[in-house]
Design a protein around this ligand. Structure first.
Ligand SMILES: [Zn+2]
Length: 84
């Protein structure tokens, strides 16, 4: 058994590493590996960005209510014209 985990081992356990679900010696090995390995630290950054991407994708439909509000204002303006 080597002191540092392999790239495959690190990437397999990255989610647990982020959640703090691994025992101390495993976290230490993965942490040192992440400091030394650009590939695995890149994968880690990708995982950390995921919640932000998910939030951003949920935010996108917020443009729709603005369009609906404008459409409603147009309809109300037409109705006001029509009632005179
Ligand atoms: Zn690696």
């Amino acid at each position: 058994m080597t002191l540092l985990p392999s790239c495959h081992d690190v990437q397999t356990h990255l989610t647990e590493y982020l959640e703090g679900a691994l025992p101390f010696h495993r976290r230490l090995g993965i942490g040192v590996h992440l400091l030394l390995c650009r590939v695995c630290s890149g994968v880690l950054r990708g995982l950390q960005a995921l919640p932000w991407v998910a939030k951003a994708s949920l935010k996108a439909p917020e443009t729709a209510p603005e369009e609906a509000r404008r459409a409603l204002a147009d309809v109300q303006a037409l109705l006001r014209k029509g009632s005179r």
